[in-house]
Design a protein. Sequence first.
Length: 171
Amino acid sequence: MTDVIHPPRAADVGTGERLVERWPSARPFLVIGVVSIVAGGAVAAVARPTGFELGSWMAAYLVLVGGVAQIALGAGQAWMADEPPSGATVYAEVACWNLALGATIIGSLASAPVATAVGAVATVVARILFLRGVRHATPRVRWPLHLYRGLVAIVLVSAPIGLFLAWARHR
């Protein structure tokens, strides 16, 4: 009788090995997220001296949504999903998330709440894709998965609030 050797499941691979193995699926989120954080810092630096009225909002949006949330969602999915997301899935998530980021910023700067609404729709699509990416996740420890899903829920709740504020500002 011969023993059948099964490859280790993703849930059985150590965290460091898993992150290195899945680096390609997390990389675009990390790169764009870091660029957004740096851009947010630059906006914050020039906002007050130049009298840029939306500067503090834009800096916070770039850092928190474009940077922190994007990195957390992309890296979290790469780390927790049973299988690394496909290139097409990563591309769709990156495209939707950053379309939303750009549309929201343009809508705010141009006083065009319709553009902000397009951004909100794009974030809904991105959130669905992120949640689908971890729907079969079987981590050894459950709290990171709950934290990840909680982050998606926070973004879900913040989108209608942002939309309301965008439309209310232009009445």
